[in-house]
Write a protein that binds this ligand. Sequence first.
Ligand code: ZN
Length: 469
Amino acid sequence: MKKFLLSSAIILGLGFSATSAMAQSYPGEARFREIFKELIETNTTYSSGNCTIAAQKMVDRLHSVGFSDKDAFVFTNPDFPKEGGAIAVIKGTSKAKKGILLMAHLDVVEAKREDWTRDPFTLYEEDGFFYGRGVSDMKNIAAYWVDNMMRYKEEGFKPKYDIKLALTCGEETTGAFNGAQWLSKNHKDWIDADFALNEGAGGSLDENGNRISLSVQGAQKVYQDFTITTTNPGGHSSVPKPENAIYDMADAMKAVQKLEFPVMFNDANREYFTRMAKIKGGEVGAAMEAIVKNPNDKAADAIISKDNAWHSMLRTTCVATMINGGHALNALPQSVHTNVNCRIFPGVSVDSVQADLEKAINNPNVKVAIVEPRSIATPTPKMGKEFLEPIEKLADKYWKGVPVIPVLSTGATDGIYTSAAGIPTYGFSATFSEASGNYAHGLNERMRVRSLMEARQFQYELVKYYATH
Ligand SMILES: [Zn+2]
């Protein structure tokens, strides 16, 4: 990183002072660093960590600035004592709106000391970066929220509407206890809000560290696997017959390959393509403008869909991901199973996608089964002015000229549970990430120090705005 900074400084003729001049400091950063350090250095992996301990530490901090036991507390499910979380609230003066929910998961992906350059559970600061497990996914955001709640309390800030905080466990593990899911089902009263802010999208930097765009995740596609099965009585391979389970599967998969779902729009991807049209311009920009006006414009679709990410942002997609079949080198296959992974456009039912697959395959002998557990359908979220404008105004203040771009993402965060429970959940970290990635889930996870400090202050102002308007 040092080498990179030096060479770009020479090319730009700027020297290091340009970087430090840009780095502004905001009130309370020393304590924010302490909170962040405490979170990173509390192991919250599934195998050897404990979210309840991390939750307790955050609640202790909240109590230290005047939150009562009723307004900040740890919750656990007795069956999962290590997968606890924290709840906090600053009550609003008005009940006209339900207020805002700040969400973050405390758990992190496994990290082995021997694989990492530095200890993953020690917070390191080197060359303008923080290193440690969870610095980008997502103990940074958990720290913004806790720090912000403490600042509001200390200032005696009286929001018009409730500001709620939910720190949960179990986002990174499938099948284990998930705090966001549990709260949505068992204690919606603790988290109920007009909308929630969570992880899911942030800012992008180019290779030189310049800010390119600031994304807001307005919707998530729904993950669902299907098992496609072909069967046949089989027999000896020395006397083949025309019917064959592998050939049937080949035909079925060619049909899945050709199956193209219709272009659909919701607030998130409509805004995305409307804004990207202006940024991109030219043939691609014109195609984006055209498809927003007419989703059936095949020529525009063809131009945009050359980009796989855009193709996927416009529609439901299904793709073959794994196959196994046959039982001996010298036998006719009796069965073949293929996994088809679909990313379903919000609002489209799992059943209708199953029906579309069956129709495309068009062979009653081929079975299309939904892999359990069936994904829950999330309602199509709105992304109105009252939500976007405050972000745009602040972005203009902090990062002039950087466009705010709503996105429809293919990932799955805890937002699926809260959205399904009627709390529209947006992914917005306000944190700018490297072009080369933050190595979230991977080795040597990192995040720019400046990105963190700016995002913390940005969120402090943003949440305050939402809570008073
Ligand atoms: Zn995460």
